[in-house]
Design a protein around this ligand. Structure first.
Ligand SMILES: NCC(=O)CCC(=O)O
Ligand SMILES: [Mg+2]
Length: 329
């Protein structure tokens, strides 16, 4: 008798058809949300140096990206405005303007590409002169309750423009319940809330701040409201609260460095969990490719599969269109 094993896990890996048959996790274009940056103007494309391959687009370009998403089978896009400097203020009041860049982009997408979902970010950082997500007191502290009141108004402004998913990314306490109540009060009963429930104060957000024009403006850091990377149990408390307050789905952000959080949230709550593979992760992957250290297609698909394997319902990723093209092959 052979001393070699009868149980051979390599048996099912021996051919491509068998590997496909035994795959435990599936990644499809329907798992992807494509973040898009909006610029003022017409016919404008502004490449973002720290996010090679990603541009800001004027609203006509956003609509074109929306059509591209639809044709690739991507169900949803996420919008972020680069507010012109003259419209930024201490209190970020432009966030409440019904004709701001965000609202005009929402209306254009819902009018021209009604087949896709539009997710909109709720936080004041693209609109403030200090780059913080909320209102700042004399000592520079981001105040919770007055900020939450402003976020409620911002969320209503986006819902009135046609947003499908309100995504508060600010990490103020209590804002999900307040926003849910206000949406219900105005009859927006089917507008979803995807809460950035566990958002960490991270070194991976730099290129995003370039993209929305807040990098040079940001005073200090966001550690008094975003989470400490040391903490996991606290993430579970954050998620529990946002679900109790009415979130339809929750997000963990950043993505790859926090796969343990995603897996724990999914195991504990069994609700739709999304990950944001953030700008610094995208830039890191692209830098590795530019340095000849990695092959783009394989690396993009492997990282996205990791999110699905960890339990995600979907992923916000700047690689969404590229990945969807690969998956269509
Ligand atoms: N509220 C949205 C983000 O902060 C995105 C961060 C990133 O992509 O780095
Ligand atoms: Mg919270």
């Amino acid at each position: 008798m052979s001393s070699y094993p009868a149980i051979r896990l390599r048996r099912t890996r021996a051919s491509a058809w068998s590997r496909r048959l035994h795959a435990e996790t599936v990644l499809t274009p329907a798992d992807l949300i494509w973040p898009l940056f909006i610029a003022e103007g017409d016919g404008v494309e502004e490449p973002i140096a720290s996010l090679p391959g990603v541009s800001r687009w004027s609203i006509d370009g956003i609509v074109a990206r929306g059509r591209e998403a639809r044709d690739l089978g991507i169900p949803c896009v996420a919008l972020f405005p680069n507010t012109p400097p003259g419209l930024r203020s201490d209190d970020g009041a432009e966030a409440l303007n019904p004709d701001n860049l965000m609202c005009r982009a929402i209306r254009a997408l819902k009018d021209k590409v009604p087949e896709i979902g539009v997710l909109t970010d709720v936080a004041l950082d693209p609109y403030t002169t200090h780059g913080h997500d909320g209102l700042v007191d004399a000592a520079g502290y981001v105040v919770n309750d007055r900020t939450a009141d402003a976020l409620v108004q911002q969320a209503l402004n986006q819902a009135r423009a046609g947003s499908d998913i309100i995504a508060p990314s600010d990490m103020m306490d209590g804002r999900i319940g307040l926003i849910r109540g206000a949406l219900e009060g105005e009859g927006h009963v089917n507008v979803q809330i995807m809460s950035y429930a566990a958002k960490y104060a991270s070194a991976f957000y730099g290129p995003f701040r370039d993209a929305v024009g807040s990098r040079g403006l940001l005073k200090g850091d966001k550690k008094t409201y975003q989470m400490d990377s040391a903490n996991a149990e606290e993430a579970l408390r954050e998620v529990a609260l946002d679900l109790a307050e009415g979130a339809d789905s929750v997000m963990v952000k950043p993505g790859l460095p926090y796969l343990d959080i995603i897996a724990r949230v999914k195991a504990r709550f069994e609700v739709p969990v999304f990950a944001y593979q953030v700008s610094g992760e995208y830039a890191m992957i692209e830098a590795a490719i530019a340095a000849g250290a990695a092959e783009r297609d394989a690396m993009v698909l492997e990282t996205l599969m990791a999110f699905k394997r960890a339990g995600c319902a979907g992923v916000l990723t700047y690689h969404a269109a590229h990945a969807a093209r690969l998956l269509a092959r």
